[in-house]
Design a protein around this ligand. Structure first.
Ligand code: CP
Ligand code: NVA
Length: 304
């Protein structure tokens, strides 16, 4: 099994396909054997500039289950929140902890943390991407279908941070990704271009962009949506997004065996209806749980 060789975990497009596969294999093993002492005496500092339920708890509990310890550092409570620089924060914390996980507004901040920290840094979501989410989601898809190659995966709504990380990963495993968004909310063209290039080098999955939600969902094996307004985008209009709502009507065009995915938190009645998120096709709770297993696999490879 190929172990992750990077110093930090900031984005999936710099992780090789073999390393991604290694992390998926390690996630499966971690799910089977969750309690270990591989991170005994190790501490993880967790910096949060934004709120979190799943990321915070899965990293903290994950460290405990590996016999390590996590320290929650809300921006409101540490000097970063009153002007201490990211660099000085990184240098100071590196003297105490063995790794840092950070949820930041700007991707530049997590890069700056990694540049100045003497310990590995994990990106726990930024405006640009959410690599831990996409790693766990790739695992959830594998668990659901056994084989990733040839799956039709449809993203609905906003071409946002989670969408970017999924684009960096899924087509490389041979998954055909269709992204249906309003025209002004497409994923970044740089991400699409880079993901197409990586897919050509690796598993050969395609990436299609469309405004047509119904056509995008047709025969999909997996349909994924996320909030129309991400954290840090307050005031953004939701008006254009309504045709992209994941509801029973729209999802009736997907394959009979499709799974419905959402990174959560869900905004019920907006990007997804109750009957879909609570329905038989939904795997959202398993996605949330798999964050724990995937991140523990990652932490073990980065910190042990
Ligand atoms: N999906 C996700 O990252 O959830 P939280 O915002 O609750 O951490
Ligand atoms: N796109 C969402 C994901 C939350 C986990 C956000 O950034 O708010």
């Amino acid at each position: 099994m190929t172990e992750y060789s990077g110093e930090d975990f900031l984005r999936l497009d710099t992780v090789s396909l073999d390393e991604l596969q290694g992390l998926l294999d390690a996630t499966a093993e971690m799910k089977q054997t969750p309690f270990r002492d591989t991170l005994s005496q190790r501490s993880l500092g967790m910096i949060f500039q934004k709120r979190s339920t799943r990321t915070r708890v899965s990293f903290e509990v994950g460290m405990t289950q590996l016999d390590g310890h996590a320290v929650f550092l809300s921006q409101d409570d540490i000097q970063l929140g009153r002007g201490e620089t990211v660099g000085d924060t990184a240098r100071s914390l590196s003297g105490y902890v063995d790794g840092l996980m950070a949820r930041v507004y700007s991707y530049d901040d997590v890069e700056a943390l990694a540049e100045h920290a003497g310990v590995p840094v994990v990106n726990g979501l930024s405006d640009f991407n959410h690599p831990c989410q996409a790693l766990a989601d790739t695992y959830t898809l594998l668990e659901s279908f056994d084989v990733l190659e040839g799956l039709n995966f449809t993203w609905l709504g906003d071409g946002n941070n989670v969408c970017h990380s999924l684009l960096h990963a899924l087509p490389r495993f041979g998954v055909d990704v269709t992204v249906a968004t309003p025209p002004e909310h497409m994923p970044d063209s740089d991400v699409v271009e880079r993901s197409r290039k990586l897919a050509d080098e690796d598993g050969g999955g395609g990436i299609e962009l469309t405004e047509d939600a119904e056509a995008a969902v047709y025969d999909a094996d997996a349909v994924y949506t996320d909030t129309w307004v991400s954290m840090g985008e307050d005031g953004k209009s939701e008006e254009d997004f309504h045709p992209y709502q994941a509801n029973t009507d729209l999802l009736s065009h997907a394959a009979d065996s499709h799974v419905f995915m959402h990174c959560l938190p869900a905004h019920r009645g907006k990007e997804v209806t109750d009957d879909v998120v609570d329905g038989g096709h939904s795997v959202v709770w398993r996605q949330a749980e798999n964050r724990l297993h995937a991140q523990k696999a990652l932490l073990e490879q980065l910190l042990a």
